[in-house]
Design a protein around this ligand. Structure first.
Ligand SMILES: Nc1ncnc2c1ncn2[C@@H]1O[C@H](COP(=O)(O)OP(=O)(O)OP(=O)(O)O)[C@@H](O)[C@H]1O
Ligand SMILES: [Mg+2]
Length: 256
């Protein structure tokens, strides 16, 4: 089982778009996939239009309890989108965990994945640095995908995220932990191709210099935003094809 987290320390960088897109591309490619929405705002939950199997059975219950081995399998909800795609939904109340200092809280997500019947798990992270939600993702993930838009916020958000990953790696090393968190690469998305501004060019250059840039760059298409509002997969629309094919190739790369 592969566990990938979609992360950036700035807001509005395409974390959710990339998490949902990679999860759906993995599902369509035949991988049994579970998308876990770790963001209390629940953007992925809303987009895929899923609800907990019963009240309270969202990601918050995993993060709020001890002895959660195997809970992910119980909480994963089938989707209308694809038979290979299940989702563990989020909820506004998940934000309470950001103020929760229970020792070991950040290990619960990883523990909950025991015996999960999936080939691929994708974590949609909130843009909070260092808190219990992000740390839960770092402990659970094998690799982090940095999602970025071609803006200066995108670049600084990736830099911040890389520092957090490096700090986490050092901490794990000091604790002689066998956990290794890799960087899967940077997904650069939402690039408007009509006019590529100087800001966008600079951002692309700076992200390329990290050596982590995954290609192709994902183009901007309004259908992505529209399909989110209507709870649909943009991949079902002809206008979404350029975005879909970019994410398909990126998915192949991050899963190989
Ligand atoms: N390829 C694309 N084409 C068009 N719009 C896009 C594309 N990628 C992302 N967007 C839009 O950019 C906005 C931000 O994307 P998204 O919500 O995925 O970012 P995020 O990093 O998850 O944000 P947050 O920090 O709020 O969680 C959304 O309105 C989304 O629809
Ligand atoms: Mg998001």
């Amino acid at each position: 089982m592969r566990v990938l987290g979609s992360y950036n320390e700035a807001g509005g960088q395409g974390k959710t778009t990339s998490a949902v897109s990679i999860a759906m591309c993995a599902a369509e490619a035949g991988h049994r996939t579970v998308l876990i929405d770790l963001d209390p705002r629940g953007a992925a939950t809303e987009w895929i239009d899923v609800e907990p199997k019963s009240a309270g059975l969202h990601i918050g219950s995993i993060l709020a309890n001890d002895g959660v081995e195997g809970w992910a399998e119980e909480l994963a909800v089938p989707t209308r989108w694809h038979k290979n795609l299940r989702v563990i939904p989020s909820d506004r109340s998940v934000s309470n965990r950001e103020k929760d200092s229970t020792p070991g809280l950040e290990l619960r997500l990883r523990e909950s994945l025991a015996d999960l019947d999936a080939d691929v798990v994708i974590l949609d992270c909130p843009n909070r640095q260092g808190g219990p939600l992000t740390l839960s993702a770092f402990h659970a993930a094998d690799a982090i995908i940095y999602a970025a838009s071609p803006t200066s916020d995108g670049v600084s958000g990736v830099r911040g995220a890389q520092r957090s990953v490096a700090e986490f790696q050092r901490l794990m090393e000091r604790m002689n932990s066998t956990t290794t968190l890799r960087e899967a690469g940077i997904v650069l998305g939402n690039l408007s191709e009509t006019v590529i501004s100087r800001v966008a060019k600079n951002a692309i250059d700076e992200l390329r210099e990290t050596g982590l840039l995954l290609t192709p760059i994902v183009p901007a298409r309004t259908i992505v935003q529209e399909s989110r509002t209507s709870g649909e997969w943009y991949g079902h629309f002809r206008k979404g094809e350029p975005v879909l094919s970019a994410y398909q190739e990126i998915t192949r790369k991050v899963l190989q």
